[in-house]
Ligand binder design. Structure first.
Ligand SMILES: Cc1cc2nc3c(=O)[nH]c(=O)nc-3n(C[C@H](O)[C@H](O)[C@H](O)COP(=O)(O)O)c2cc1C
Length: 177
């Protein structure tokens, strides 16, 4: 059993398949997984992947309006948080220090406690406001890891493309195979 604690935040951006894949990888790595899904994140995940929180019973879920959840506090802070996929809404809020829901609050805590925050944004094209928010987050210590898989390994399936990003995330939290 690894003693790592990782928070996975799922927002209403397209690409919840990346979160599903990350859950499987974190489970294999025997990480303690905390999950928080924004309200739109739940709807998009159901629409795109046909799954919901109940399909991941090994994740310790908290509701997005539950500011009393353990991940809302810096005491006993997680080692890392991955926001995947990350909407421009959540990205901009976290960049401005806004904590309107538990997902945003957990990210703010990870930053203030100098833990690893990995943001997987999904939007295209990007406005100057969104690019500036990414710059602010990078300056604050976050890792911006766009959902932009490489094609040089000759992917044969969508899952191959998803695995590319999952592996990059796992590398960032030192859990690569
Ligand atoms: C089907 C669907 C796909 C969406 N895809 C994206 C996306 O890729 N990127 C994005 O920034 N917003 C996307 N949105 C919009 C966000 O869901 C919306 O801005 C929402 O307020 C985000 O809230 P959250 O950050 O609390 O999850 C999408 C919305 C829907 C319904």
């Amino acid at each position: 059993m690894s003693y790592m604690k990782v928070i996975v935040g799922i927002t209403g951006a397209s690409g919840s398949i990346y979160a599903v894949s990350l859950f499987r990888a974190l489970l294999r790595a025997e990480v303690e997984i905390y999950g928080v899904c924004s309200q739109t994140g739940k709807a998009v995940m159901q629409m795109e992947c046909g799954v919901g929180q109940a399909d991941f019973p090994f994740v310790q879920w908290s509701e997005p309006d539950d500011m009393f959840a353990s991940i809302a506090s810096g005491s006993d802070c997680a080692d890392a948080m991955v926001i995947v996929p990350c909407s421009m809404n959540t990205l901009s809020c976290v960049a401005c220090g806004i904590s309107n829901n538990l997902l945003q609050r957990a990210a703010a805590v990870i930053l203030k406690e100098s833990r690893k925050l990995i943001i997987v944004p999904r939007e295209t094209p990007l406005s100057i406001i969104q690019l500036d928010s990414m710059l602010q987050l990078a300056k604050a210590g976050a890792t911006i890891l766009p959902a932009a898989p490489g094609f040089y390994k000759q992917p044969q399936s969508i899952q191959d493309l998803v695995n590319f990003i999952t592996e990059r995330i796992m590398m960032q939290i030192n859990l690569s195979k």
